[in-house]
Design a protein around this ligand. Structure first.
Ligand SMILES: NC(=O)c1ccc[n+]([C@@H]2O[C@H](COP(=O)([O-])OP(=O)(O)OC[C@H]3O[C@@H](n4cnc5c(N)ncnc54)[C@H](OP(=O)(O)O)[C@@H]3O)[C@@H](O)[C@H]2O)c1
Length: 235
């Protein structure tokens, strides 16, 4: 997707959870809008394939990162700066769900989910704040409708409430730095998040467009929350 108009000045969006679903779709939309992207997740081969699709490493840099590892997150931010020299927006999007019911799922699954959805998002904020301060950039977090209304027996819903709180905590903490903070709160979206793919759901592209809307606003406009449901969603 590289064009003769590409320049090293093009803004840089770092995305965790970029190997699939909402993160990968956002990378495609951002590249089309002229951004360079840093693609982070654990599945390096999938990231590399997406990087090739988007024009190679000068436009889309693939970085292996397990968001539960502080070392990985620090390396991710460092590789972004080495590769592109700046980070203008960071999208903490990596996450996964679990079964509803406090007697469902294994405790190991719970541990990984809490570490990924909550601790991982916090580490992405921590790892990217210095670069975002330099760029007077933009921080985005993927919460959920499940981070706005409690779902019965859903520890996943609890993790997403934590992400919603994290967005507001970061917004207040970063006030005065010029960094903007946006919570993306999708309703049911048809991605590999679900083992059984939903019908009447949003598409990953629908969420990607919301991210692009937020990051393309003028510097004085801070879109704090975008809550999106499919028209058909009941809850
Ligand atoms: N789909 C929905 O209905 C929906 C609704 C509301 C919110 N969300 C949220 O949207 C976000 C993206 O989900 P999705 O729907 O796009 O699902 P998805 O297609 O399954 O994507 C999840 C992404 O998270 C990454 N990931 C998981 N654990 C990770 C870890 N430890 N380190 C780094 N990356 C990790 C996965 O990559 P690797 O496996 O390669 O690491 C993958 O790229 C999640 O936070 C999810 O909770 C989804």
């Amino acid at each position: 997707m590289s064009t003769e108009n590409d320049t090293a000045e093009d803004r840089v969006l770092l995305i965790t959870g970029a190997s699939s679903g909402i993160g990968a779709a956002t990378a495609r939309h951002a590249c089309r809008a002229g951004w360079r992207v840093v693609l982070a997740a654990r599945s390096l081969e999938r990231l590399q394939a997406l990087s090739q699709e988007l024009g190679g490493a000068t436009r889309a840099l693939a970085v292996r990162c397990d968001v539960t590892s502080w070392e990985d997150q620090q390396r991710m931010a460092a590789e972004a700066l080495i590769g592109f020299g700046r980070i203008d927006a960071a999208f903490a999007n990596a996450g996964f769900g679990g079964a509803r019911g406090f007697l469902k799922d294994t405790v190991e699954h719970w541990r990984e989910m809490v570490l990924t959805n909550v601790y991982g998002a916090a580490l992405t904020i921590r790892a990217t704040i210095p670069a975002l301060t330099d760029s007077r950039g933009h921080l985005l977090l993927t919460s959920s409708v499940a981070g706005r209304r409690v779902l019965p027996g859903s520890l996943y819903s609890v993790t997403k409430h934590a992400v919603t709180a994290m967005g507001e905590a970061a917004r207040q903490d970063l006030n005065g730095t010029g960094i903007r903070v946006t919570l993306i709160e999708p309703g049911m979206t048809d991605t590999p998040f679900f083992d059984q793919r939903p019908t009447d759901a949003l598409q990953d592209d629908d969420i990607a467009r919301a991210v692009i809307y937020a990051i393309c606003q003028p510097a004085h406009v801070d879109v704090n929350e975008i809550l999106i449901r499919p028209t058909a969603q009941q809850g």
